[in-house]
Design a protein around this ligand. Structure first.
Ligand code: KG4
Ligand code: ZN
Length: 375
């Protein structure tokens, strides 16, 4: 089954074609047009600007995804106007696309609408069903992308249920228990900022750019390489809610703690890498500690990471080490780096598993829901 995925919930315009068979998913194309350079100068995503960029980019991006997957039909009627390479997806039936999966929320309303209207139009023109995908569900399903030879169905994935997923990005921060495919139980979430949001705000305070996560991470690991084994930070930051009995998170206090440390340190500008290092470790410590506690309580068979922050090297490495040490019987999975931040391959993959469960939505009923809940 071939699925076209469309993702426009924030500042990436993305389209992808995947092929699914049984539990295996192969990515045939994965096109992401990022707006980071545009939003950088504002220090964050400007919704109106993001939506306009999606409008400009969506058709060329879908077209490229179809083309890279070898699915584009020739467009002689559009070429008439003298343009050699008209950037429009074929209005003829795209060869063997079985369904279109699209993110309908959560996210920015005006950005989501662009993806939804595109999916609606193509579904009507191609006469294929649409599939509603929750953006967070998409991030989770990045773990189910298996670049296997699709014919070799003996190679089974090692993802057994119940599974626990730590899903962390700029917009969300959750612990999700999955008893089976598409069955989600949110057992913990942030009561204020998400970890990615905290990274972004900390980087703004330190004046080192946007988005903060990758920059802080790079700076911290460079600093770490120069440290001795016995190093103890001189600027310790708190580990918020580390010992609370629930599985909720809070990162806004950590951000405020950093702000006060900087205010009281006349020489902070000379110690930026050390602050980055300590901030990153504080976030990672909390994320790992809570995940392990929840995995023990719910006796899960698999732990997975997802979301933009799952690109973080320290989180990936330290999570793997801690699970090996504390829960050796539990399988650990992390998405390939290219599927951690926003992309449409993850949306198409979640769409494929929804299609297997016959969860289609007629294009007439596609609705944007900026606060769509995971269920
Ligand atoms: O999933 P994503 O692309 O968009 C949302 O759904 O929010 O995640 C973006 C977030 C940003 O906050 C960014 O700073 C963070 O993921 N991020 C990272 C890293 N790469 C991206 N955070 C920590 N370390 C990274 N290497
Ligand atoms: Zn995301």
């Amino acid at each position: 089954m071939k699925i076209l995925g469309i993702e426009t919930s924030c500042d990436e315009t993305a389209a992808s074609v995947i092929e699914g068979k049984d539990e295996n998913v192969k990515v045939l194309s994965n096109v992401v047009s990022s707006q980071i350079e545009i939003h950088k100068k504002y220090g964050g995503v400007v919704p109106e600007v993001a939506a306009r960029e999606h409008v400009l980019n969506i058709l060329p991006v879908v077209n490229e995804a179809l083309e890279k997957a070898g699915l584009k039909s020739p467009l002689p009627h559009l070429a008439k106007g003298g343009k050699k390479n008209p950037s429009y997806p074929s209005l003829l039936k795209a060869a063997s696309i079985d369904a279109i999966a699209v993110t309908t929320g959560p996210g920015l309303v005006t950005s989501l609408i662009v993806g939804i209207e595109t999916a609606r139009t193509l579904a009507y023109a191609w006469d294929v069903p649409t599939i509603v995908v929750n953006h967070i569900e998409g991030h989770i399903y990045a773990n189910f992308i298996r670049e296997l030879k699709i014919q070799n169905s003996k190679l089974k994935t090692q993802i057994n249920f119940p599974a626990l997923i730590l899903t962390v990005s700029g917009g969300h921060n959750m612990l999700v228990l999955m008893k089976d495919h598409l069955k989600y139980n949110v057992i913990g979430e942030t009561i204020d900022d998400a970890a990615g949001e905290a990274f972004d705000k900390a980087a703004t305070m330190l004046g080192i750019g946007y988005p903060g996560g990758p920059i802080i991470s790079k700076m911290a690991s460079k600093y770490e390489k120069e440290l001795s084994q016995s190093f103890k930070s001189q600027i310790p930051l708190p580990r918020p809610m580390l010992n609370s009995k629930d599985f909720h998170f809070s990162f806004s206090g950590l951000k405020t703690a950093l702000l006060y440390k900087l205010k009281n340190d006349k020489n902070w500008k000379t110690r930026i890498p050390e602050y980055a290092y300590e901030f990153e470790q504080a976030v990672v410590d909390v994320l790992i500690h809570k995940t392990i506690k929840a995995a023990e309580k719910y006796k899960v068979k698999t732990i997975m990471l997802s979301g933009g922050v799952s690109a973080n090297k320290k989180l990936r490495e330290q999570m793997a080490e801690t699970i090996k040490e504390k829960l050796p019987g539990v399988h650990y999975n992390q998405p390939d780096l290219k599927y951690t931040t926003d992309n449409a391959a993850m949306i198409a993959t979640a769409g494929y598993f929804r299609a297997r469960a016959k969860k289609f939505t007629p294009w007439q009923k596609l609705r944007v829901d900026p606060n769509l809940e995971l269920r």
